[in-house]
Design a protein around this ligand. Sequence first.
Ligand code: DGP
Length: 114
Amino acid sequence: MTDCIFCKIAAGEIPAEKVYEDDHVVGFRDLSPQAPVHVLIIPRRHIATLNDLTEADEALVGHMHRIAARVAADEGLAERGYRTLINCNAEGGQTVFHLHLHLLGGRQMTWPPG
Ligand code: DGP
């Protein structure tokens, strides 16, 4: 999608601190980190929200989670622990409408989330 900021990051058209990339996903540091480690894992292909996934995307979503775990390990979080989450639409707190998996860690997470 031409006016999507995360599509532009995936394409390298606007800068981001990338920590991982392959043919299917890109991982980069969040511009407004909510924890010492805050990385977003996105599919290269534009998918607006979790609601827009199809059966054909199941492997992609699994891959996003596996890469989140790999980045967490790279960041020294595997044993300490970390959180992954996807916000969906307005009440879910989604502000960028390109699917992204948040990876948060490096501090004690609290529950329930705000
Ligand atoms: P969400 O609220 O779940 O839609 O999260 C969107 C996140 O994206 C938010 O934590 C801030 C981050 N973000 C927004 N614009 C940019 C950007 O241009 N670059 C980077 N690195 N992160 C961004």
